[in-house]
Design a protein. Structure first.
Length: 94
């Protein structure tokens, strides 16, 4: 199968690396989400209201940035996987 990948070997490797990175990023979502929820629960106590709000705001911003990065990585990974799969299928049918 790898003999069919001579032209698109770099695209295949980049797609695999993006898949590995994305599988490590999803647990980070849970960390940010727990920070957001913890910050929102601290809003109920009057003594920690300002620190809880700022923690929740920072975690929410990081959550948004991480979502945008994952969207871009998914878009690139899916495109590269499509190109490599199409090329392999075309070469196998010849």
């Amino acid at each position: 199968m790898f003999s069919y990948l001579k032209k698109h070997r770099i695209s295949f490797v980049i797609g695999i690396l993006l898949t590995l990175v994305m599988s490590c990023v999803y647990p980070v979502f849970s960390i940010f989400l727990s920070t957001i929820i913890n910050g929102l629960f601290e809003l109920t106590s009057s003594s920690k209201r300002d620190s809880g709000r700022s923690d929740a705001n920072i975690a929410s911003l990081m959550f948004l940035i991480l979502a945008i990065v994952i969207f871009l990585f998914t878009l690139i990974r899916d495109y590269l996987t499509y190109v490599v799969g199409d090329e392999i299928t075309t070469n196998m049918r010849k």
